[in-house]
Write a protein that binds this ligand. Structure first.
Ligand code: PLP
Length: 385
């Protein structure tokens, strides 16, 4: 057994990140400036988007995306139960109603049939999440939105870099929000990026910095001007050049990161396939998976433990894990406000009860991966019925 605890998802940072952040600090420009612009351009080019807007979080990206689309009181936004709460919180911030629907059993992504059934005259936006880095069924969702005259905003917090339906996630006209939170595939500590339709993105850019009418960082440059106007009150969501310095280095390493993630996934697949009490993460053809998470599902009927005990047993074996996600409708706020019972969204709920995410990041050594497999095998053997 491992003697040292294996953390679930530490960031993969090196000397180059430290050097570039130090250079940003020494440059005399630490808020939004030239490094942020370079990071936006590099990210835009990597996903093949027409433009990109750097922000201080993915949550900020989702918030300004919905605001740029004019979402407000009386509107409904259809989203998935299996996500992090920020996806629905931003809808609440705008006074609109998140309509929470169930997921598909293989990928745990939003179910297009459930979306279709939930569309009402008040529906304005479909808000899918690319869970674990496996893209949602965008062919079905885009078609549904086009047919009903709805907008689509994609929560791509897990999906950089990923492809679906022949395109890179973030390269199309849908406003698409990425996260550079500490645990994500590429990190700036805290940070996010929004891509999509250029006109909407321009509106989002203004909204992300108080609603000010011009590139604020130019205000202090020689070619800039002190003058600006505010036509609607915006937010304070801009990225700093310190974050962008980190992001530029991380972006340059993303292909290496993804290669290592795929290697770890291949080894996990090989090992876990042989354990019949486990169900492996689902994947569909014609998808490039970002492999942000590796979510194992326990076949509880074959085990004498529940998921919580399974996690405790792994912790005792020094393996860090997590659970993705506590479904939205189990949080007291959403449960009570919308009166949703756990079993009203049975796929999301039943999979939550049997999900365990195991470590998946580029910093894992081969021995770490073997330690995870050995610990899982040990717990499965001990508690197999
Ligand atoms: C991490 C995450 C977010 C929020 O990202 P931040 O950058 O921390 O705001 C949103 N949605 C999902 C699905 C996430 O996992």
């Amino acid at each position: 057994m491992r003697t040292e605890f294996l953390p679930f998802s530490p960031p993969t940072l090196g000397e180059e990140e430290i050097r570039e952040v130090a250079d940003a600090l020494r440059s005399g420009w630490i808020t939004t400036g030239p490094r942020t612009r370079l990071f936006e351009e590099a990210f835009r080019d990597r996903v093949g988007a027409s433009d990109a807007l750097a922000l201080n979080s993915c949550t900020a990206g989702l918030h300004v995306a919905l605001k740029a689309l004019g979402v407000g009181p009386g509107d409904e936004v259809i989203t998935t139960a299996t996500t992090f709460v920020s996806t629905a919180n931003v809808v609440e911030h705008l006074g609109a109603k998140p309509v929470i629907v169930d997921v598909e059993p293989d990928t745990l992504n939003i179910d297009p049939r459930a979306v279709e059934a939930a569309i009402s005259p008040r529906t304005r936006v479909l808000l899918p999440v690319h869970f674990a880095g496996h893209p949602a069924d965008m062919t079905a969702l885009d078609a549904l939105a086009a047919h009903r005259g709805l907008a689509v905003v994609e929560d791509a917090a897990h999906a950089f870099p990923a492809r679906v339906a022949g395109r890179v996630v973030g390269s199309g006209p849908n406003l698409t929000a990425f996260s550079f939170y500490a645990t994500k595939n590429v990190t700036t500590g805290e940070g996010g990026m929004l891509t999509g339709d250029p006109d909407l993105l321009m509106r989002a850019r203004t909204l992300s910095l108080h609603g000010m009418s011009r590139d604020a960082w130019l205000r202090y440059a020689r070619e800039g001007s002190w003058y600006y106007e505010v036509h609607e009150p915006g937010f304070k969501y801009n990225m700093s050049d310190i974050q962008a310095a980190l992001g530029l280095v991380q972006l340059g390493r993303v292909e290496i990161f993804q290669e290592r993630r795929r290697q770890v996934v291949a080894r996990y697949d090989e090992a876990f396939q042989g354990m019949d009490a486990l169900e492996l993460p689902g994947r569909r053809p014609d998808v490039e998976h970002a492999w942000h998470l590796y979510v194992l599902r326990l076949r509880l009927e074959m085990l004498d433990v529940d998921r919580d005990r399974f996690i405790r047993e792994l912790t005792e074996r020094n393996i860090g894990t997590s659970v993705h996600f506590i479904p939205l409708h189990l949080h007291p706020y959403y449960r009570d406000r919308y009166g949703i019972e756990p079993d009203d969204l049975p796929v999301s709920y039943s999979n939550y009860l049997r999900s365990v995410s195991v470590p998946l990041h580029p910093g894992l050594a081969d021995q770490d991966v073997e330690d995870v497999i050995e610990a899982v095998q040990d717990v499965v053997d001990r508690f197999r019925r």
